[in-house]
Design a protein around this ligand. Structure first.
Ligand code: ADP
Length: 544
């Protein structure tokens, strides 16, 4: 009886065990099915996402091709003579096409980031060249807004970083463009400084600072959220895609850094990030190159005396200021003849000769070519550099024949002028090691870009308020030479001040004044007047 009871108990135990095993097996089976299904769903979702990304990438690329043509052809059309109305239409097409292109680029980038296919390169690159390139890109917009643009870049230190220069440039240009876009007066600064250095790596901090409108905490939070959520429900006011910073942030992360934003409404913003780069040693030659580029970026200080042969009063002012702000003494000659006589007089009196001559080409009395030939004949050894608005390959050959082996295009940037000066002078603020041992010397004691811009605007108003009447007056009295000289001067002044449309309108009139004949159309004069009035009004309102 007792044994029977035990047997029953064992039997029931075994049955319960079997039932449990069956339940576990069923559960495992169900779970496995669920897992397989989930895996299948995940794979499907990934495939769908990949397909979506592929599709976006494909569409973006397909749209880019015709877009490039639209931008390209509208630029070409703008180069021709077109009525003011059509110029306005074409400009709008161009601006909108560029904007659309930017949206497409951003979509392409987002699809790459999302699909995890944005690869960050790892090649040796020249950090200074990259920064210089960013500066050149951003400069016109900053100058147009009268902003002071300040770049500081750490010297090369004999190390070449490995990384992705294209993506780093994209990041910096985006941050700088925003800084310029959202700053109405004051400054935009970029600091790229070395934080740490080991045998085979460097850590650099990049900081972009502006004195602009600033951001609210809500805006900052939006920017710092994942890409997809950044723009939900936000209304766009700036005319950007609103994706730039989200992509920038992601690229910085892919490069191993993280974007931080500090901002105060009405005061300005500081966006910064830190990156570690593996390095290889630069050889000596490369280091020397870097010294030059470094000094290009950080204002050099020179010693010497330069003769400037230039007839245009605005050009005289701008070049004189450019030269004196980097430490030169500059002497102005109003034309080639005076310049030649100054050099000769020094030679005759056995006085110290000029260290360099900058020579404009088109001047009254004696032009630059003749003056350069005559100075060269004096055998003083003083180098002569041509300064002219249009440098074609042929022009260089002509200048060379007159003894001018070098040439600077007008209008030039600081960088271009400094690069040229470096060939003839050793900057005083650079020691033999190539390190700047006198940081910031004279940096703020002389005029800023912004001050120069303002001065130029004043000069422009002074020199050109009545120029249209003078041109039409000369045309009425059939004084074609005077009319041509006046339009040429207006063209050069417009170029200096960055007013390209006015420059082109003046060039169009100038080109129709050939061989003593007046072939200027009413339409061309009308365009010139409208463009000139617009520029004069803009500058006058800046003075108030
Ligand atoms: P957008 O294409 O609109 O410039 P971004 O993603 O680059 O898009 O920037 C997003 C928003 O962040 C901008 O519309 C602007 O409101 C704000 N922002 C970015 N940078 C600055 C800055 N330096 N100063 C003030 N606001 C800024």
């Amino acid at each position: 009886m007792y044994e029977n009871f035990i047997n029953w108990k064992i039997l029931i135990g075994i049955i319960i065990l079997i039932i449990n095993i069956i339940i576990i097996l069923i559960a495992a089976f169900v779970l496995r099915r669920k897992f397989i299904e989930a895996d299948k769903l995940r794979k499907n979702a990934e495939a769908v996402s990949d397909t979506k990304s592929d599709f976006l990438a494909m569409i973006s690329r397909e749209i880019r091709t015709p877009m490039n043509s639209i931008v390209g052809f509208s630029e070409l059309a703008l180069d021709n003579e077109v009525s003011l109305k059509n110029r306005d239409y074409l400009n709008k097409i161009k601006i909108n096409a560029q904007w659309l292109l930017q949206i497409i680029n951003d979509i392409l980038d987002i699809s790459m980031v999302e699909s995890g296919r944005m690869n960050i390169g790892n090649i040796p690159f020249d950090m200074h060249e990259l920064l210089s390139n960013c500066r050149t890109l951003i400069m016109p917009k900053a100058a147009e807004k009268g902003l002071f643009l300040y770049f500081y870049a750490e010297p090369g230190l004999g190390k070449t970083p490995l990384g992705d220069p294209v993506r780093l440039r994209q990041v910096l240009v985006n941050l700088l463009s925003n800084a310029v876009k959202f700053t109405n007066n004051g400054m935009v600064k970029l600091h790229a400084v070395l934080k740490e250095m080991s045998d085979n790596s460097i850590t650099m901090t990049f900081e972009i600072k502006d004195s602009g409108i600033g951001m609210t905490n809500e805006q900052i939070n939006n920017i710092l959220q994942p890409i997809i959520q950044t723009e939900k429900g936000k209304k766009r006011k700036s005319g950007g895609t609103g994706l730039g910073l989200a992509i920038t942030k992601k690229i910085i992360e892919l490069m191993g850094g993280s974007l931080s934003i500090e901002s105060t409404l009405g005061i300005g913003s500081k966006l910064s990030f830190e990156l570690v780069f593996d390095t290889i040693n630069s050889d000596n030659e490369e280091l020397f190159e870097k010294k030059l580029v470094f000094n290009d970026l950080d204002k050099p200080v020179f010693k010497g005396e330069i003769l400037l042969c230039e007839d245009n009063i605005m050009n005289q002012q701008v070049i004189f200021d450019h030269l004196t702000r980097v430490g030169f003494k500059a002497v102005i000659a109003d034309n080639g003849k005076i310049g030649y006589e100054m050099v000769k007089s020094r030679l005759d009196k056995n006085e110290k000769q000029f260290d360099l001559v900058f020579m404009d080409i088109h001047m009254p009395e004696m032009d630059g070519l003749e003056a350069a030939s005559k100075i060269t004949e004096l055998n003083t050894g003083v180098p002569i550099v041509a300064m002219t608005a249009n440098i074609m390959y042929n022009d260089r050959e002509i200048y060379k024949k007159s003894g001018m082996f070098d040439c600077v295009g007008k209008p030039f940037t600081n960088q271009e002028l400094w690069r040229c000066l470096m060939k003839y002078f050793i900057p005083q603020n650079v020691s033999n090691t190539g390190m700047d041992n006198n940081q910031g010397i004279d940096s703020f004691s002389s005029k800023s870009d912004w001050e120069i811009q303002k001065e130029l605007q004043v000069l422009f108003i002074e020199n050109n308020s009545h120029i249209y009447d003078e041109i039409t007056g000369a045309l009425e009295t059939a004084d074609i030479i005077l009319a041509k000289r006046l339009t040429h001067s207006l063209k050069t002044n417009a170029a200096y001040i960055g007013k390209i449309i006015l420059q082109k309108s003046a060039a169009a009139v100038e080109n129709r004044l050939v061989d003593g004949k007046n072939q200027v159309t009413e339409e061309q004069l009308k365009t010139l007047k409208t463009e000139l009035d617009m520029v004069l009004n803009e500058f006058s309102s800046n003075m108030q």
